[in-house]
Design a protein around this ligand. Sequence first.
Ligand code: KG4
Ligand code: ZN
Length: 335
Amino acid sequence: MSLILAIETSCDDTCAAVVTGDGVIRSNVISSQGVHDEYGGVVPEIASRHHLELATPVVEDALRRADTSLDDVDAIAVTAGPGLVGALLIGVATAKGLAASRGLPLVPVDHLQGHVAANFLFTEDDGGEPLEPPFVCLIASGGHTFLARVDDHAGFTVLGQTLDDAAGEAIDKGARLLGLPFPGGPHLEKLARDGDVTRFAFPISKNVGGLDFSFAGLKTALLYKVRDLGEEEATEARADLAAAYQAAIVEQLAVRVERALEQTGLDRLAIGGGVAANGPLRERLSALAPTVKIPPRALCTDNAAMIASAARYADAVAFPGYLDLEVHATGQRAL
Ligand code: KG4
Ligand code: ZN
Protein backbone atom coordinates (compact mmCIF):
# COMPACT_ATOMS: atom_id res chain seq x y z
CA MET A 1 0.00 0.00 0.00
CA SER A 2 1.53 3.28 -1.06
CA LEU A 3 1.74 6.37 1.14
CA ILE A 4 1.39 9.99 0.04
CA LEU A 5 2.63 12.94 2.11
CA ALA A 6 0.77 16.12 1.12
CA ILE A 7 1.37 19.79 1.92
CA GLU A 8 -1.16 22.62 1.54
CA THR A 9 -0.30 26.29 2.15
CA SER A 10 -2.48 28.20 -0.33
CA CYS A 11 -3.96 30.63 2.19
CA ASP A 12 -3.51 30.99 5.96
CA ASP A 13 -3.61 27.37 7.16
CA THR A 14 -0.38 25.38 7.21
CA CYS A 15 -1.44 21.78 6.51
CA ALA A 16 0.22 18.39 6.06
CA ALA A 17 -1.33 14.94 5.80
CA VAL A 18 -0.44 11.32 5.19
CA VAL A 19 -2.96 9.35 3.10
CA THR A 20 -2.75 5.84 1.66
CA GLY A 21 -3.09 5.13 -2.04
CA ASP A 22 -6.51 3.64 -1.22
CA GLY A 23 -7.75 6.92 0.27
CA VAL A 24 -7.46 6.14 4.00
CA ILE A 25 -6.37 9.14 6.09
CA ARG A 26 -3.46 8.27 8.37
CA SER A 27 -3.00 11.85 9.65
CA ASN A 28 -4.35 15.30 8.80
CA VAL A 29 -2.66 18.20 10.59
CA ILE A 30 -4.05 21.72 10.23
CA SER A 31 -2.31 24.63 11.91
CA SER A 32 -4.56 27.69 11.69
CA GLN A 33 -2.48 30.79 12.06
CA GLY A 34 -5.11 32.83 13.92
CA VAL A 35 -2.97 35.94 13.59
CA HIS A 36 -5.02 37.67 10.90
CA ASP A 37 -8.12 38.25 13.04
CA GLU A 38 -7.21 41.77 14.10
CA TYR A 39 -6.85 42.84 10.45
CA GLY A 40 -10.25 41.48 9.41
CA GLY A 41 -8.74 39.30 6.69
CA VAL A 42 -5.67 37.34 5.68
CA VAL A 43 -2.52 39.46 5.32
CA PRO A 44 -0.47 37.67 2.62
CA GLU A 45 2.96 38.66 3.92
CA ILE A 46 2.12 37.55 7.47
CA ALA A 47 0.68 34.27 6.13
CA SER A 48 3.93 33.53 4.23
CA ARG A 49 6.10 34.17 7.29
CA HIS A 50 4.01 31.84 9.40
CA HIS A 51 4.05 29.12 6.74
CA LEU A 52 7.83 29.36 6.77
CA GLU A 53 7.93 28.79 10.53
CA LEU A 54 5.25 26.10 10.60
CA ALA A 55 5.89 24.02 7.46
CA THR A 56 8.59 21.74 8.87
CA PRO A 57 7.00 21.11 12.32
CA VAL A 58 3.61 20.46 10.69
CA VAL A 59 5.12 17.92 8.26
CA GLU A 60 6.95 16.23 11.14
CA ASP A 61 3.73 16.14 13.16
CA ALA A 62 1.81 14.59 10.24
CA LEU A 63 4.44 11.84 9.87
CA ARG A 64 4.49 11.20 13.63
CA ARG A 65 0.70 11.02 13.91
CA ALA A 66 0.62 8.61 10.96
CA ASP A 67 3.19 6.54 12.84
CA THR A 68 5.49 6.59 9.83
CA SER A 69 8.59 8.32 8.47
CA LEU A 70 9.85 9.69 5.16
CA ASP A 71 11.43 6.27 4.56
CA ASP A 72 7.95 4.83 3.96
CA VAL A 73 6.55 7.68 1.87
CA ASP A 74 6.14 6.95 -1.87
CA ALA A 75 5.22 10.40 -3.21
CA ILE A 76 4.99 14.03 -2.09
CA ALA A 77 1.93 16.06 -3.14
CA VAL A 78 1.61 19.83 -2.89
CA THR A 79 -0.90 22.54 -3.73
CA ALA A 80 0.51 24.45 -6.71
CA GLY A 81 -2.38 26.96 -6.91
CA PRO A 82 -4.61 28.84 -6.99
CA GLY A 83 -3.84 30.81 -3.86
CA LEU A 84 -1.62 33.52 -2.42
CA VAL A 85 1.68 33.46 -4.28
CA GLY A 86 3.99 33.82 -1.28
CA ALA A 87 2.04 31.26 0.72
CA LEU A 88 2.05 28.73 -2.13
CA LEU A 89 5.78 29.20 -2.66
CA ILE A 90 6.59 28.08 0.89
CA GLY A 91 4.62 24.83 0.48
CA VAL A 92 6.06 24.12 -2.96
CA ALA A 93 9.64 24.84 -1.84
CA THR A 94 9.18 22.54 1.17
CA ALA A 95 7.74 19.79 -1.01
CA LYS A 96 10.49 20.11 -3.62
CA GLY A 97 13.15 19.91 -0.92
CA LEU A 98 11.64 16.81 0.65
CA ALA A 99 11.07 15.07 -2.69
CA ALA A 100 14.51 15.91 -4.08
CA SER A 101 16.33 14.82 -0.92
CA ARG A 102 14.61 11.43 -1.05
CA GLY A 103 14.41 11.01 -4.83
CA LEU A 104 10.63 10.85 -4.59
CA PRO A 105 8.13 11.88 -7.28
CA LEU A 106 6.27 15.15 -6.72
CA VAL A 107 2.59 15.64 -7.59
CA PRO A 108 1.45 19.25 -8.13
CA VAL A 109 -2.24 19.56 -7.22
CA ASP A 110 -4.88 22.14 -8.06
CA HIS A 111 -6.44 23.44 -4.83
CA LEU A 112 -9.99 23.30 -6.20
CA GLN A 113 -9.52 19.75 -7.47
CA GLY A 114 -8.41 19.06 -3.91
CA HIS A 115 -11.72 20.32 -2.48
CA VAL A 116 -13.59 18.05 -4.92
CA ALA A 117 -11.30 15.10 -4.09
CA ALA A 118 -12.10 15.36 -0.35
CA ASN A 119 -15.16 13.34 -1.38
CA PHE A 120 -12.96 10.44 -2.57
CA LEU A 121 -11.60 9.72 0.91
CA PHE A 122 -12.72 7.21 3.49
CA THR A 123 -13.96 9.13 6.51
CA GLU A 124 -15.30 8.19 9.88
CA ASP A 125 -18.25 10.39 10.64
CA ASP A 126 -20.31 10.64 7.44
CA GLY A 127 -21.00 7.04 6.53
CA GLY A 128 -17.41 6.58 5.57
CA GLU A 129 -17.46 5.55 1.93
CA PRO A 130 -15.86 7.60 -0.86
CA LEU A 131 -18.37 8.95 -3.38
CA GLU A 132 -18.00 7.56 -6.89
CA PRO A 133 -18.51 9.87 -9.91
CA PRO A 134 -20.64 11.02 -11.60
CA PHE A 135 -22.02 13.61 -9.18
CA VAL A 136 -22.79 17.30 -8.79
CA CYS A 137 -20.38 19.10 -6.46
CA LEU A 138 -20.82 22.46 -4.75
CA ILE A 139 -17.57 24.10 -3.67
CA ALA A 140 -18.05 27.21 -1.53
CA SER A 141 -15.04 28.73 0.19
CA GLY A 142 -13.56 32.10 1.03
CA GLY A 143 -11.97 32.44 -2.38
CA HIS A 144 -14.23 30.40 -4.68
CA THR A 145 -17.85 29.43 -5.19
CA PHE A 146 -18.84 27.16 -8.04
CA LEU A 147 -20.95 24.19 -9.05
CA ALA A 148 -19.23 21.37 -10.88
CA ARG A 149 -20.16 18.23 -12.68
CA VAL A 150 -17.69 15.51 -11.68
CA ASP A 151 -17.51 12.68 -14.22
CA ASP A 152 -14.22 11.13 -13.16
CA HIS A 153 -11.66 11.30 -10.36
CA ALA A 154 -9.20 13.54 -12.18
CA GLY A 155 -11.24 16.57 -13.21
CA PHE A 156 -14.53 18.45 -13.26
CA THR A 157 -16.62 20.71 -15.49
CA VAL A 158 -17.76 24.03 -14.07
CA LEU A 159 -21.55 24.41 -14.40
CA GLY A 160 -21.83 27.80 -12.71
CA GLN A 161 -19.80 30.14 -10.55
CA THR A 162 -20.01 33.36 -8.61
CA LEU A 163 -20.14 36.52 -10.68
CA ASP A 164 -18.76 38.65 -7.85
CA ASP A 165 -17.92 37.63 -4.25
CA ALA A 166 -17.37 34.07 -3.09
CA ALA A 167 -19.94 32.82 -0.54
CA GLY A 168 -17.29 32.74 2.21
CA GLU A 169 -16.20 36.25 1.34
CA ALA A 170 -19.81 37.45 1.66
CA ILE A 171 -20.07 35.64 4.98
CA ASP A 172 -16.82 37.13 6.28
CA LYS A 173 -17.74 40.66 5.18
CA GLY A 174 -21.27 40.35 6.60
CA ALA A 175 -19.89 39.01 9.86
CA ARG A 176 -17.48 41.91 10.04
CA LEU A 177 -20.36 44.37 9.60
CA LEU A 178 -21.99 42.70 12.59
CA GLY A 179 -18.82 43.17 14.63
CA LEU A 180 -17.72 39.52 14.54
CA PRO A 181 -14.08 38.37 14.34
CA PHE A 182 -12.40 36.93 11.21
CA PRO A 183 -13.00 34.40 9.74
CA GLY A 184 -16.67 35.14 10.24
CA GLY A 185 -18.34 31.86 9.21
CA PRO A 186 -18.31 29.97 12.52
CA HIS A 187 -19.10 33.15 14.51
CA LEU A 188 -22.00 34.08 12.23
CA GLU A 189 -23.38 30.56 12.49
CA LYS A 190 -23.21 30.68 16.30
CA LEU A 191 -24.80 34.13 16.54
CA ALA A 192 -27.55 33.15 14.07
CA ARG A 193 -28.62 30.30 16.35
CA ASP A 194 -30.10 32.82 18.80
CA GLY A 195 -31.73 34.87 16.04
CA ASP A 196 -35.27 35.15 14.68
CA VAL A 197 -34.89 34.30 11.00
CA THR A 198 -38.29 35.87 10.13
CA ARG A 199 -37.65 39.41 11.42
CA PHE A 200 -35.63 40.56 8.39
CA ALA A 201 -35.61 39.35 4.79
CA PHE A 202 -32.57 39.70 2.57
CA PRO A 203 -32.67 39.41 -1.23
CA ILE A 204 -31.79 36.13 -2.92
CA SER A 205 -30.32 36.76 -6.36
CA LYS A 206 -32.67 34.87 -8.66
CA ASN A 207 -30.72 34.36 -11.89
CA VAL A 208 -33.78 32.52 -13.21
CA GLY A 209 -32.82 29.05 -14.41
CA GLY A 210 -29.11 29.87 -14.23
CA LEU A 211 -26.39 28.23 -12.19
CA ASP A 212 -24.23 31.31 -11.49
CA PHE A 213 -24.16 32.95 -8.06
CA SER A 214 -24.08 36.57 -6.91
CA PHE A 215 -23.54 37.75 -3.35
CA ALA A 216 -22.52 41.40 -3.74
CA GLY A 217 -26.10 42.73 -3.56
CA LEU A 218 -26.77 40.79 -0.40
CA LYS A 219 -23.75 42.27 1.31
CA THR A 220 -24.87 45.79 0.33
CA ALA A 221 -28.39 45.05 1.62
CA LEU A 222 -26.96 44.16 5.02
CA LEU A 223 -24.84 47.31 5.04
CA TYR A 224 -27.90 49.49 4.34
CA LYS A 225 -30.02 47.63 6.88
CA VAL A 226 -27.41 48.17 9.61
CA ARG A 227 -27.21 51.88 8.68
CA ASP A 228 -31.02 52.28 8.64
CA LEU A 229 -31.41 50.67 12.02
CA GLY A 230 -28.76 52.85 13.62
CA GLU A 231 -26.07 51.62 15.97
CA GLU A 232 -28.19 50.89 19.00
CA GLU A 233 -30.98 48.98 17.24
CA ALA A 234 -28.55 47.17 14.92
CA THR A 235 -26.64 45.95 17.96
CA GLU A 236 -29.85 44.76 19.61
CA ALA A 237 -30.87 43.02 16.35
CA ARG A 238 -27.48 41.39 15.66
CA ALA A 239 -28.61 37.80 16.07
CA ASP A 240 -31.73 38.33 13.93
CA LEU A 241 -29.65 40.02 11.21
CA ALA A 242 -27.13 37.16 11.31
CA ALA A 243 -29.91 34.55 11.01
CA ALA A 244 -31.52 36.27 8.01
CA TYR A 245 -28.21 36.94 6.28
CA GLN A 246 -27.03 33.34 6.70
CA ALA A 247 -30.43 32.04 5.54
CA ALA A 248 -30.22 34.11 2.33
CA ILE A 249 -26.79 32.66 1.53
CA VAL A 250 -27.86 29.09 2.30
CA GLU A 251 -30.99 29.50 0.19
CA GLN A 252 -29.15 30.86 -2.83
CA LEU A 253 -26.67 27.98 -2.70
CA ALA A 254 -29.45 25.41 -2.26
CA VAL A 255 -31.57 26.75 -5.13
CA ARG A 256 -28.62 26.54 -7.54
CA VAL A 257 -27.77 23.02 -6.36
CA GLU A 258 -31.37 21.92 -6.94
CA ARG A 259 -31.24 23.34 -10.46
CA ALA A 260 -27.92 21.67 -11.21
CA LEU A 261 -29.30 18.30 -10.11
CA GLU A 262 -32.39 18.84 -12.25
CA GLN A 263 -30.44 20.00 -15.31
CA THR A 264 -27.83 17.24 -15.20
CA GLY A 265 -30.25 14.49 -14.21
CA LEU A 266 -27.68 13.29 -11.66
CA ASP A 267 -28.88 11.97 -8.31
CA ARG A 268 -25.66 12.29 -6.34
CA LEU A 269 -24.42 15.43 -4.60
CA ALA A 270 -21.18 16.31 -2.82
CA ILE A 271 -20.05 19.49 -1.13
CA GLY A 272 -16.76 21.06 -0.15
CA GLY A 273 -14.97 24.28 0.78
CA GLY A 274 -15.01 26.08 4.11
CA VAL A 275 -18.64 27.23 3.83
CA ALA A 276 -19.67 23.57 3.63
CA ALA A 277 -18.81 23.43 7.34
CA ASN A 278 -21.97 25.48 7.97
CA GLY A 279 -24.63 23.52 9.89
CA PRO A 280 -27.81 24.98 8.31
CA LEU A 281 -26.28 24.58 4.82
CA ARG A 282 -25.36 20.95 5.51
CA GLU A 283 -28.87 20.27 6.75
CA ARG A 284 -30.57 22.00 3.81
CA LEU A 285 -28.43 20.23 1.18
CA SER A 286 -28.67 16.80 2.79
CA ALA A 287 -32.30 16.55 1.66
CA LEU A 288 -31.75 17.50 -1.99
CA ALA A 289 -30.65 14.18 -3.50
CA PRO A 290 -30.95 10.46 -2.71
CA THR A 291 -27.17 10.32 -2.12
CA VAL A 292 -25.50 13.33 -0.51
CA LYS A 293 -21.86 13.16 0.58
CA ILE A 294 -21.14 15.72 3.27
CA PRO A 295 -17.52 15.33 4.39
CA PRO A 296 -16.57 15.99 8.01
CA ARG A 297 -15.94 19.70 8.66
CA ALA A 298 -12.16 19.26 8.84
CA LEU A 299 -12.19 17.98 5.25
CA CYS A 300 -14.36 20.88 4.02
CA THR A 301 -12.09 23.69 5.20
CA ASP A 302 -8.56 23.80 3.78
CA ASN A 303 -6.56 20.68 4.59
CA ALA A 304 -3.82 18.53 3.08
CA ALA A 305 -5.68 15.19 3.11
CA MET A 306 -7.79 16.46 0.21
CA ILE A 307 -4.59 17.36 -1.68
CA ALA A 308 -3.23 13.84 -1.13
CA SER A 309 -6.57 12.47 -2.32
CA ALA A 310 -6.42 14.46 -5.57
CA ALA A 311 -2.77 13.43 -6.05
CA ARG A 312 -3.85 9.78 -6.30
CA TYR A 313 -5.43 10.60 -9.67
CA ALA A 314 -2.96 13.25 -10.94
CA ASP A 315 0.33 12.98 -12.84
CA ALA A 316 3.46 12.64 -10.74
CA VAL A 317 6.63 14.39 -11.88
CA ALA A 318 9.95 12.60 -11.40
CA PHE A 319 13.15 14.26 -10.13
CA PRO A 320 14.55 16.63 -11.40
CA GLY A 321 11.58 17.71 -13.56
CA TYR A 322 9.73 19.34 -10.68
CA LEU A 323 12.54 21.66 -9.69
CA ASP A 324 11.14 24.09 -12.29
CA LEU A 325 7.57 23.78 -10.99
CA GLU A 326 5.94 27.19 -10.65
CA VAL A 327 2.95 28.21 -8.56
CA HIS A 328 -0.19 29.69 -10.09
CA ALA A 329 -1.50 32.42 -7.87
CA THR A 330 -4.87 34.16 -7.66
CA GLY A 331 -5.64 37.81 -7.19
CA GLN A 332 -5.38 39.00 -3.64
CA ARG A 333 -8.62 39.18 -1.68
CA ALA A 334 -9.53 42.61 -0.44
CA LEU A 335 -9.53 42.99 3.32
O1 KG4 B 1 -11.98 26.50 2.09
P1 KG4 B 1 -11.57 27.49 3.13
O2 KG4 B 1 -11.08 26.95 4.46
O3 KG4 B 1 -10.45 28.44 2.61
C1 KG4 B 1 -10.48 29.00 1.32
O4 KG4 B 1 -10.02 28.32 0.37
O5 KG4 B 1 -11.03 30.12 1.22
O6 KG4 B 1 -12.84 28.46 3.38
C2 KG4 B 1 -12.79 29.52 4.30
C3 KG4 B 1 -14.17 30.18 4.34
C4 KG4 B 1 -14.20 31.46 5.17
O7 KG4 B 1 -14.88 32.45 4.43
C5 KG4 B 1 -14.99 31.05 6.41
O8 KG4 B 1 -15.71 32.13 7.02
C6 KG4 B 1 -15.93 30.01 5.85
O9 KG4 B 1 -15.13 29.27 4.94
N1 KG4 B 1 -16.46 29.14 6.89
C7 KG4 B 1 -17.76 29.06 7.22
C8 KG4 B 1 -17.86 28.18 8.33
N2 KG4 B 1 -16.58 27.74 8.63
C9 KG4 B 1 -15.75 28.33 7.74
N3 KG4 B 1 -18.85 29.66 6.69
C10 KG4 B 1 -20.04 29.40 7.25
N4 KG4 B 1 -20.21 28.58 8.32
C11 KG4 B 1 -19.16 27.96 8.89
N5 KG4 B 1 -19.33 27.15 9.95
ZN1 ZN C 1 -9.96 26.20 -0.06
